[in-house]
Design a protein around this ligand. Structure first.
Ligand code: FES
Length: 276
Protein backbone atom coordinates (compact mmCIF):
# COMPACT_ATOMS: atom_id res chain seq x y z
CA UNK A 1 0.00 0.00 0.00
CA UNK A 2 1.31 3.43 -0.92
CA UNK A 3 1.03 5.61 2.18
CA UNK A 4 1.37 8.75 0.07
CA UNK A 5 -1.57 7.90 -2.17
CA UNK A 6 -4.36 10.41 -1.61
CA UNK A 7 -8.07 9.72 -1.62
CA UNK A 8 -10.20 11.78 -3.94
CA UNK A 9 -12.51 14.47 -2.60
CA UNK A 10 -14.90 16.68 -4.51
CA UNK A 11 -15.36 20.37 -3.80
CA UNK A 12 -19.03 20.78 -2.91
CA UNK A 13 -18.94 24.45 -2.00
CA UNK A 14 -16.46 27.33 -1.79
CA UNK A 15 -16.82 30.20 0.66
CA UNK A 16 -14.86 33.42 0.20
CA UNK A 17 -14.06 34.24 3.81
CA UNK A 18 -11.84 37.29 3.17
CA UNK A 19 -10.03 38.66 0.10
CA UNK A 20 -7.29 36.03 0.59
CA UNK A 21 -8.90 33.19 2.59
CA UNK A 22 -11.28 30.59 1.21
CA UNK A 23 -13.07 27.62 2.74
CA UNK A 24 -13.70 24.42 0.80
CA UNK A 25 -16.52 22.05 1.74
CA UNK A 26 -15.44 18.59 0.64
CA UNK A 27 -16.87 15.11 0.26
CA UNK A 28 -15.08 11.89 -0.62
CA UNK A 29 -15.88 10.54 -4.06
CA UNK A 30 -16.04 7.05 -2.58
CA UNK A 31 -19.37 6.90 -0.69
CA UNK A 32 -18.01 4.24 1.65
CA UNK A 33 -15.13 6.48 2.67
CA UNK A 34 -17.52 9.35 3.08
CA UNK A 35 -19.41 7.29 5.60
CA UNK A 36 -16.45 5.79 7.44
CA UNK A 37 -13.93 8.62 7.55
CA UNK A 38 -13.37 9.70 11.13
CA UNK A 39 -11.07 12.17 12.80
CA UNK A 40 -10.66 14.15 16.03
CA UNK A 41 -10.71 17.91 16.55
CA UNK A 42 -7.23 19.27 15.91
CA UNK A 43 -6.01 16.71 13.39
CA UNK A 44 -4.74 17.80 9.99
CA UNK A 45 -4.64 16.49 6.44
CA UNK A 46 -2.52 16.85 3.32
CA UNK A 47 -4.44 18.32 0.38
CA UNK A 48 -3.15 17.95 -3.16
CA UNK A 49 -3.84 19.72 -6.41
CA UNK A 50 -2.80 17.28 -9.12
CA UNK A 51 0.30 18.43 -10.96
CA UNK A 52 0.95 21.22 -8.46
CA UNK A 53 1.77 19.61 -5.12
CA UNK A 54 0.51 19.21 -1.59
CA UNK A 55 -0.34 21.56 1.26
CA UNK A 56 -1.02 20.96 4.96
CA UNK A 57 -4.11 22.36 6.65
CA UNK A 58 -6.01 21.47 9.77
CA UNK A 59 -9.47 20.02 9.34
CA UNK A 60 -11.58 23.06 10.12
CA UNK A 61 -14.92 21.28 10.48
CA UNK A 62 -16.04 19.44 13.60
CA UNK A 63 -16.10 15.63 13.92
CA UNK A 64 -19.66 16.10 15.22
CA UNK A 65 -20.68 17.38 11.75
CA UNK A 66 -19.46 14.64 9.41
CA UNK A 67 -21.44 15.58 6.30
CA UNK A 68 -18.62 17.74 4.91
CA UNK A 69 -14.93 17.93 5.59
CA UNK A 70 -13.85 21.56 5.54
CA UNK A 71 -10.53 23.31 5.18
CA UNK A 72 -9.76 27.01 5.12
CA UNK A 73 -6.64 28.27 3.43
CA UNK A 74 -4.83 31.50 2.85
CA UNK A 75 -3.18 32.26 -0.47
CA UNK A 76 0.55 32.13 0.05
CA UNK A 77 2.21 29.88 -2.53
CA UNK A 78 2.03 27.67 -5.56
CA UNK A 79 -0.42 25.06 -4.25
CA UNK A 80 -2.81 27.49 -2.58
CA UNK A 81 -2.75 29.59 -5.75
CA UNK A 82 -3.74 26.50 -7.72
CA UNK A 83 -6.43 25.77 -5.11
CA UNK A 84 -7.79 29.26 -5.53
CA UNK A 85 -8.52 28.55 -9.20
CA UNK A 86 -10.54 25.41 -8.46
CA UNK A 87 -14.32 25.44 -8.81
CA UNK A 88 -17.23 23.60 -7.23
CA UNK A 89 -17.23 20.07 -8.69
CA UNK A 90 -13.42 19.92 -9.07
CA UNK A 91 -11.38 17.17 -7.42
CA UNK A 92 -8.63 17.38 -4.82
CA UNK A 93 -6.45 14.68 -3.27
CA UNK A 94 -6.58 14.23 0.49
CA UNK A 95 -4.38 12.20 2.83
CA UNK A 96 -5.11 11.95 6.51
CA UNK A 97 -6.21 12.48 9.17
CA UNK A 98 -2.83 12.85 10.84
CA UNK A 99 -1.44 13.98 14.17
CA UNK A 100 -2.74 14.22 17.69
CA UNK A 101 -5.79 16.20 18.74
CA UNK A 102 -7.36 18.40 21.39
CA UNK A 103 -8.38 16.44 24.50
CA UNK A 104 -12.10 17.21 24.14
CA UNK A 105 -13.03 14.25 26.36
CA UNK A 106 -10.80 15.49 29.19
CA UNK A 107 -12.15 19.01 28.79
CA UNK A 108 -15.66 17.90 29.71
CA UNK A 109 -16.88 19.42 33.00
CA UNK A 110 -14.53 22.40 32.58
CA UNK A 111 -14.75 25.98 31.35
CA UNK A 112 -13.23 26.50 27.93
CA UNK A 113 -11.68 29.70 26.60
CA UNK A 114 -10.98 29.92 22.88
CA UNK A 115 -8.57 32.61 21.71
CA UNK A 116 -7.76 33.00 18.02
CA UNK A 117 -6.24 35.50 15.64
CA UNK A 118 -6.67 35.70 11.86
CA UNK A 119 -6.87 32.35 10.11
CA UNK A 120 -5.88 30.77 13.44
CA UNK A 121 -9.62 30.54 14.00
CA UNK A 122 -9.73 27.56 11.57
CA UNK A 123 -8.38 24.85 13.94
CA UNK A 124 -10.09 26.54 16.89
CA UNK A 125 -13.44 26.62 15.09
CA UNK A 126 -13.27 22.85 14.74
CA UNK A 127 -13.10 22.51 18.53
CA UNK A 128 -15.65 25.28 19.11
CA UNK A 129 -18.32 23.39 17.15
CA UNK A 130 -17.27 20.11 18.72
CA UNK A 131 -17.78 21.62 22.18
CA UNK A 132 -20.98 23.52 21.23
CA UNK A 133 -22.52 20.36 19.79
CA UNK A 134 -22.01 18.79 23.24
CA UNK A 135 -22.82 22.03 25.08
CA UNK A 136 -24.27 20.53 28.26
CA UNK A 137 -21.03 18.68 28.98
CA UNK A 138 -19.00 21.87 29.38
CA UNK A 139 -19.23 24.81 31.77
CA UNK A 140 -18.62 28.45 30.73
CA UNK A 141 -17.48 29.02 27.16
CA UNK A 142 -15.69 32.17 26.05
CA UNK A 143 -14.54 32.96 22.51
CA UNK A 144 -12.14 35.82 21.87
CA UNK A 145 -11.27 36.41 18.22
CA UNK A 146 -9.15 39.12 16.65
CA UNK A 147 -8.46 40.08 13.06
CA UNK A 148 -6.35 42.83 11.54
CA UNK A 149 -9.35 44.60 9.99
CA UNK A 150 -13.07 43.95 9.68
CA UNK A 151 -12.48 42.62 6.15
CA UNK A 152 -10.06 40.01 7.56
CA UNK A 153 -12.62 38.38 9.86
CA UNK A 154 -13.23 34.75 8.85
CA UNK A 155 -16.41 32.67 9.46
CA UNK A 156 -18.48 35.86 9.78
CA UNK A 157 -21.87 34.10 9.78
CA UNK A 158 -20.78 31.61 12.40
CA UNK A 159 -19.40 34.34 14.63
CA UNK A 160 -22.81 36.03 14.45
CA UNK A 161 -24.37 32.71 15.43
CA UNK A 162 -22.02 32.37 18.43
CA UNK A 163 -22.79 35.95 19.44
CA UNK A 164 -26.50 35.20 19.41
CA UNK A 165 -26.09 32.20 21.73
CA UNK A 166 -26.99 33.27 25.24
CA UNK A 167 -24.88 30.68 27.04
CA UNK A 168 -21.53 31.59 25.52
CA UNK A 169 -19.55 34.79 25.54
CA UNK A 170 -18.14 35.89 22.17
CA UNK A 171 -15.87 38.91 21.81
CA UNK A 172 -14.51 40.04 18.46
CA UNK A 173 -11.81 42.65 18.09
CA UNK A 174 -9.94 44.31 15.26
CA UNK A 175 -6.52 45.91 15.43
CA UNK A 176 -6.53 49.69 15.97
CA UNK A 177 -7.30 51.32 12.62
CA UNK A 178 -8.96 48.19 11.27
CA UNK A 179 -12.46 49.31 12.19
CA UNK A 180 -15.10 51.12 10.11
CA UNK A 181 -17.30 53.84 11.65
CA UNK A 182 -20.08 51.25 12.10
CA UNK A 183 -17.96 48.64 13.91
CA UNK A 184 -19.65 47.48 17.09
CA UNK A 185 -16.99 45.11 18.41
CA UNK A 186 -13.81 45.79 20.33
CA UNK A 187 -10.79 47.65 18.97
CA UNK A 188 -7.40 46.50 20.26
CA UNK A 189 -4.89 43.69 19.99
CA UNK A 190 -5.87 40.25 21.25
CA UNK A 191 -3.65 40.25 24.40
CA UNK A 192 -5.17 43.56 25.51
CA UNK A 193 -8.69 42.25 24.98
CA UNK A 194 -7.91 39.00 26.83
CA UNK A 195 -6.70 41.06 29.76
CA UNK A 196 -9.86 43.18 29.64
CA UNK A 197 -12.22 40.19 29.39
CA UNK A 198 -10.17 38.37 32.05
CA UNK A 199 -11.67 34.87 31.70
CA UNK A 200 -11.41 32.93 34.95
CA UNK A 201 -8.61 30.42 35.01
CA UNK A 202 -9.95 28.03 37.62
CA UNK A 203 -11.06 24.69 36.14
CA UNK A 204 -10.50 26.17 32.66
CA UNK A 205 -8.73 24.96 29.53
CA UNK A 206 -7.57 27.60 27.06
CA UNK A 207 -7.12 26.87 23.36
CA UNK A 208 -5.06 29.50 21.58
CA UNK A 209 -4.10 29.76 17.94
CA UNK A 210 -2.90 32.69 15.90
CA UNK A 211 0.16 34.48 14.58
CA UNK A 212 3.34 33.98 16.66
CA UNK A 213 3.33 37.59 17.81
CA UNK A 214 -0.21 37.18 19.16
CA UNK A 215 0.76 34.00 21.02
CA UNK A 216 3.91 35.62 22.37
CA UNK A 217 2.07 38.54 23.96
CA UNK A 218 -1.04 36.60 25.02
CA UNK A 219 0.87 33.97 27.02
CA UNK A 220 2.08 36.34 29.78
CA UNK A 221 -1.49 37.65 30.13
CA UNK A 222 -2.80 34.10 30.51
CA UNK A 223 -0.19 33.28 33.15
CA UNK A 224 -1.05 36.50 34.98
CA UNK A 225 -4.71 35.47 34.94
CA UNK A 226 -3.68 32.27 36.69
CA UNK A 227 -3.76 29.74 33.83
CA UNK A 228 -1.27 26.94 34.24
CA UNK A 229 1.07 26.13 31.35
CA UNK A 230 -0.40 22.66 30.90
CA UNK A 231 -3.93 24.07 30.58
CA UNK A 232 -3.01 26.32 27.66
CA UNK A 233 -3.14 24.36 24.40
CA UNK A 234 -2.17 25.42 20.92
CA UNK A 235 -1.57 23.87 17.52
CA UNK A 236 1.31 24.26 15.10
CA UNK A 237 0.95 23.46 11.44
CA UNK A 238 3.88 25.14 9.84
CA UNK A 239 6.66 23.35 8.00
CA UNK A 240 4.87 20.06 7.43
CA UNK A 241 5.17 18.12 4.21
CA UNK A 242 4.68 14.36 4.47
CA UNK A 243 2.54 14.36 7.63
CA UNK A 244 3.90 10.93 8.43
CA UNK A 245 7.12 11.45 10.34
CA UNK A 246 9.20 10.55 7.27
CA UNK A 247 10.47 13.68 5.51
CA UNK A 248 12.13 15.28 8.54
CA UNK A 249 10.90 18.72 7.58
CA UNK A 250 8.72 19.48 10.57
CA UNK A 251 10.93 18.44 13.43
CA UNK A 252 11.97 20.82 16.19
CA UNK A 253 14.82 19.01 17.90
CA UNK A 254 13.57 15.50 18.50
CA UNK A 255 9.90 16.52 18.33
CA UNK A 256 8.00 15.89 15.10
CA UNK A 257 5.15 18.38 14.73
CA UNK A 258 3.29 15.95 12.46
CA UNK A 259 3.46 12.98 14.83
CA UNK A 260 3.97 14.39 18.34
CA UNK A 261 1.69 17.35 17.51
CA UNK A 262 0.26 19.42 16.01
CA UNK A 263 -1.44 20.03 19.39
CA UNK A 264 0.93 21.02 22.20
CA UNK A 265 0.50 22.53 25.63
CA UNK A 266 2.37 25.72 26.39
CA UNK A 267 4.40 23.68 28.86
CA UNK A 268 5.57 21.37 26.03
CA UNK A 269 6.27 24.27 23.68
CA UNK A 270 8.49 25.94 26.23
CA UNK A 271 10.67 22.85 26.32
CA UNK A 272 11.26 22.84 22.56
CA UNK A 273 14.87 23.68 21.72
CA UNK A 274 14.36 26.52 19.27
CA UNK A 275 11.89 29.14 18.14
CA UNK A 276 8.94 27.30 16.68
S1 FES B 1 5.93 16.44 8.00
FE1 FES B 1 7.40 15.01 7.28
S2 FES B 1 8.35 14.37 9.11
FE2 FES B 1 6.76 15.64 9.82
Amino acid sequence: MNIYKPDLVEIKDIIDETPDIKTFKLQFKDPQLNKNFSFQAGQFAEYSVFGEGECTFCIASSPTRPEFLECSFKLYGKVTNAMRKLKVGDTLGLRGPYGNYFPVEEMKGKNVVFIAGGIGLAPVRCVIWNVLDLRSEFKDITIIYGARTEADIVYKNEIEEWKSMKDIKTIVTVDPGGESPNWKGEVGFVPTIVEKVAPKSENTVAIICGPPVMIKYTMPVMLKLGFTEENILTTLENRMKCGLGKCGRCNIGSVYVCKDGPVFSYQQLKELPEDY
